[in-house]
Design a protein around this ligand. Structure first.
Ligand SMILES: [Zn+2]
Ligand SMILES: [Zn+2]
Length: 249
């Protein structure tokens, strides 16, 4: 399913006297929804929503797809990461990767509601008991010059959505990125890990159970270094929550 670059258009449906928007993917009309007396626009239709690339059964630690849910994959058995488990809602595939790119690079924050609400459902399913929920959400911080360039931290925007939906406090000023690791994607796995070493510092107190928030997890090395830093500071349980999980061949 390819994401079409179509602007959200509105039109007046004369026969029903309802305003409508068009589904961004299939262009079929979607009636506006009314929530709390406010008109809210739906970006994609019900059918397209059901066909999004949801992540199915996956490793309970790193979210790599495997045949049995709640099992642990070979990589994690051999070399377990510092985070205790990863929850991701989607595969990083079309159209989700296009939505995330539009959100990240063009500031289209409306895509967060669509994607993060699915992540909230998945987190609620995964947390069998309320007490297993973390007490802090920690968005992966951007290096200051990158934040200045982009104007916002996508991980913080996701964390705000999750925090208000799940009633968990967002700790946005505790973790700081002190190393510019911008070229990370061009490095091989080994150099990537050494490049990230000591990339984060913490300032301030954190609860014992935290969740790191990011938009996409690929190798997990960035989140893993942040998880290492959190555990070194005494945090006992670290989860990793992301909108999508990408996989390198
Ligand atoms: Zn559609
Ligand atoms: Zn795994």
């Amino acid at each position: 399913m390819e994401s079409k670059k179509v602007n959200i258009r509105t039109k007046f449906n004369r026969s029903s006297s309802f305003f409508e928007s068009d589904c961004l993917l299939c262009l079929s009309p979607i009636p506006f929804q009314w929530t709390n007396k406010k008109k809210s626009m739906t970006l994609i239709c019900e059918d397209c929503c059901q066909r999004l690339p949801y992540l199915g059964t996956s490793c309970r630690v790193c979210a790599l797809p495997i045949a049995t849910d709640s099992a642990i994959c070979g990589h994690c058995l051999k070399d377990s990461p510092y985070y205790d488990r990863c929850i991701a809602a989607f595969h990083y595939e079309p159209p989700v990767n296009h939505f995330i790119a539009d959100f990240k690079y063009q500031g289209k924050l409306q895509f967060i509601n669509l994607l993060a609400s699915k992540l909230v459902s998945k987190i609620k399913q995964s947390a069998k008991h309320e007490e297993l929920m973390p007490d802090a959400l920690i968005p992966v911080p951007l290096y200051p010059s990158k934040l200045k360039h982009r104007g916002f931290n996508q991980a913080l925007e996701i964390a705000k959505h999750l925090g208000s939906s799940l009633n968990i406090k967002v700790y946005s000023g505790v973790a700081h990125r002190v190393k510019d690791t911008r070229q990370q994607s061009e490095l091989d796995a080994k150099t990537r890990v050494s490049n990230l070493k000591n990339a984060f510092v913490l300032q301030g107190e954190l609860p014992m159970h935290c969740a790191i928030i990011d938009d996409v997890v690929t190798t997990g090395s960035t989140a893993n270094e942040l998880a290492r830093t959190l555990k070194a500071a005494g945090v006992k349980g670290v989860e990793l929550w992301s909108l999508a999980r990408a996989f390198e061949e």
